[in-house]
Design a protein around this ligand. Structure first.
Ligand code: IVH
Length: 671
């Protein structure tokens, strides 16, 4: 007889559903994932031997339907409305004032404040407690039938958790993709060379609109429910917060960060608090919905067109906006690198007007395929430079063209060259190109180079454009009257700049070498070169083999150095600079090499130096730096989040150095 099995099946279903409820609604699971899987497996096995006992609400029946060809239209019994937005504090206050005016009293109002989930609204229909249909919002009246996809969300109850369900019930909620799932999905997509999603909302939308529910099932979508539509049956709910409790009791996940409080001021306080927490929340939100809690008041307040008077969405300033690409230009950098930059129709993103966004390099331009007149999504996260997340293909006008690399430099018209194996394309104009010249001068004057205080980018642009300077050497011949002729330049600031330029003449060989802007010669390499060669002349004469005697200089950097010093115009400029009075003390030869024969290993992230800098500095004092710890290691430098090398060092009893101790040691060694 199958009755004992039938009972067992019922029992297992109940048990599994109860664990779902504990996990997804109460957030207090009482069994491990493995135990849960065991129950599910037991149920599957039993059902396999009694296929006639499989019901639609069995937890084993979430995935499995065959892909469909289209989504059928699904009309909601009660329409899904939208919300008015409040985009500022004033608009939020005005919302309460409107309510007070309409109610003709100033009674304190109770609100339920719900984080506004950035996902997709869905309408779930339960007939006699059984999930029978799930639909997207669509135009508010008719959406698309996505039942098979929604069934794959483990947190959506297939049956209400009650013995006395309403005859008919519409539940409204927001399907979203948790941030973690979104990141994992994009990493996976990138690994397979597939398209990534711009944000969790798009990812959720794309996942719900899959014709094959097996794909949706893998996307880790979640839901928070917040409302009810049409229903038939006895229900006496007095308020929004009572409704949320009822939804939880029925087995629906409700956002855990909802509060019920009094007065709009407290709503705004909550808004500010949650905005601060926003980054850390596991889900994406774009504001807070304030709802007058009392259903009687809601009824009195009613609706204007399709939005309720009793609720409003107080939105965070947008971090993402869409706008149009007006042009794609190529900017020329110090070493001639061409960087594509999108010129945009100005748009406010997170409170800042954005009209340019870098596309970083050609590869990125190709990958993102941004074209002129494309509508693009712009994102500004915190203080970072705005970036183009992607383009909206559906909005692309016909006959747009792929952006291609220009053949000639947009500034000086010299040929553009792209060396094989190098991602960057460069203008071949060198210092004849005014763009490269400007950048070279900016670098020359920068803090770690000649450190010319007050010589900002805008001033350099003007100096070059007005032909007051052609090279860095010309800086040293600028006159007060020339500077005063520049925009926004007073006598005093002009004199200050002249003084700063004068002061920069007293420098060090290392700074001077760095300031020249030789390709791949950063601060640390410049210091090593100065230390090794001691004189500029010797360095300028050095051949590749000699250059490579300097620790960490390989054939590529050696070639860059050689080419730089061989070029006649570089030689001329150096002569002019020296003639103008730039001078330094000959670096002291480090004959005693205080760290000679000492072996260092570095683990973790350093905050003051980069690893490369620390390595070069240690090497300049004679130390050896290796990548693995052994009994011969003299010190392990421990940065933040150290790796397994730390355990190794402890095993070998290797002394540990903090970054500060390393700095002290280097300081001592260098003086
Ligand atoms: S209530 C009549 N509550 O926002 C009220 N909506 O701008 C209807 N949303 O279509 C909506 N979180 O997709 C409500 N806690 C929340 C919400 C929320 C997100 C979305 C929903 C709606 C849109 C309206």
């Amino acid at each position: 007889m199958k009755y004992p099995d039938a009972e067992k099946i019922e029992q297992l279903k109940k048990e599994i559903n109860e664990h779902n409820y504990r996990y997804y609604v109460l957030d207090t699971p009482t069994i491990s994932d493995a135990q849960y899987d065991r129950l599910l497996k037991d149920l599957t096995t039993l059902e396999q031997s009694h296929p006639e006992l499989i019901t639609l609400d069995s937890p084993t029946q979430r995935v499995g339907a065959a892909p469909s060809k289209t989504f059928n239209p699904a009309t909601h019994r009660e329409p899904l409305l939208s919300l008015d937005n409040a985009l500022s504090l004033e608009e939020a206050l005005a919302f309460e004032k409107r309510i007070h005016d309409r109610l003709k009293n100033n009674n304190i109002l109770t609100y339920t404040c719900e984080p506004k989930m950035d996902g997709l609204a869905v309408n779930l229909t339960y007939i006699q407690g059984l999930l029978t249909r799930a639909a997207t919002r669509g135009d508010g009246y008719t959406g698309e039938d996505i039942t098979l996809n929604i069934r794959t969300l483990p947190s959506v109850p297939l049956r209400l958790r009650t013995n006395t369900p309403p005859a008919y019930l519409e539940v409204r909620g927001e399907v979203y993709m948790p941030k973690k799932a979104f990141l994992a999905l994009n990493i996976e997509a990138e690994r397979h060379g597939e398209k990534t999603f711009a944000n969790p909302r798009n990812a959720a939308a794309g996942s719900l609109r899959q014709l094959d529910p097996r794909i949706t099932a893998k996307r880790h979508l979640a839901i928070f429910c917040y409302g009810m539509g049409y229903y038939e049956g006895k229900l006496a709910l007095p308020s929004q917060h009572a409704l949320l409790q009822q939804l939880k009791d029925w087995g629906f996940p409700v956002c855990p960060d909802i509060v019920t409080i009094q007065g709009i001021e407290h709503c705004i306080q909550f808004f500010n608090t949650i905005e601060k927490k926003r980054k850390k929340l596991p889900y994406e939100i774009d504001g807070v919905v304030y709802k007058v809690d009392d259903f009687k008041l809601q009824q009195i307040l009613g609706f204007v067109s399709r939005a309720p008077r009793f609720a409003i969405a107080h939105k965070f300033p947008a971090q993402e906006e869409t706008t149009e690409v007006i042009a794609v230009d190529f900017q020329v950098g110090r070493t001639g690198t061409l960087t594509p930059v999108a010129r945009l129709k100005p748009v406010a993103v997170g409170g800042v007007i954005v009209s340019n966004a870098t596309l970083h390099n050609l590869d990125e331009l190709t990958r993102k395929d941004i074209r002129v007149h494309d509508t693009v999504i712009i994102r500004r996260a915190g203080d970072v430079i705005p970036e183009i997340v992607g383009r909206i293909l559906e909005k692309r006008p016909p006959s747009t063209q792929k952006i291609t690399l220009p053949k000639h430099c947009p500034v000086c018209h010299a040929d553009v060259i792209q060396t094989e194996g190098e991602a960057a394309a460069r203008c071949s104009g060198g210092l004849f190109c005014s763009a490269q010249r400007k950048e070279a001068i900016k670098h020359f004057a920068s803090r770690k180079a000649m450190d010319i205080d007050g010589l900002g980018d805008k001033i350099i642009d003007q100096l070059v454009e007005k032909n007051l300077i052609h090279s860095v050497a010309d800086l040293y011949h600028l006159t007060l009257s020339q500077l005063v002729s520049l925009e926004r330049f007073a006598d005093k600031s002009a004199q200050n700049l002249i003084d700063a330029i004068e002061k920069s003449k007293q420098t060090s060989l290392a700074r001077f070498l760095y300031a020249l802007g030789i390709r791949e010669v950063g601060e640390a390499t410049a210091a090593l070169l100065a230390q090794h060669f001691l004189s500029l002349d010797t360095l300028m004469q050095a051949d590749s083999a000699t250059l490579q005697q300097v620790s960490d200089i390989g054939p590529v950097v050696a070639t860059h150095i050689r080419i730089f010093f061989q070029q006649a115009h570089n030689q001329t400029i150096i002569k002019q600079l020296l003639k103008a009075g730039i001078h330094w003390e000959t670096p002291k030869q480090n004959t005693h090499l205080p760290l000679q024969n000492q072996r260092f290993v570095i683990t973790g992230t350093l905050s003051f130096y980069t690893r490369e800098e620390a390595t070069q500095l240690l090497q300049s004092l004679g130390a050896k730096v290796s990548s693995s710890v052994s009994a011969k290691t003299s010190y392990l430098v421990v940065g933040e989040n150290p790796g397994s090398k730390l355990t190794q060092a402890q095993k070998w009893n290797v002394p540990l150095l903090s970054e500060q101790q390393l700095r002290d040691m280097l300081q001592q060694g260098m003086t």
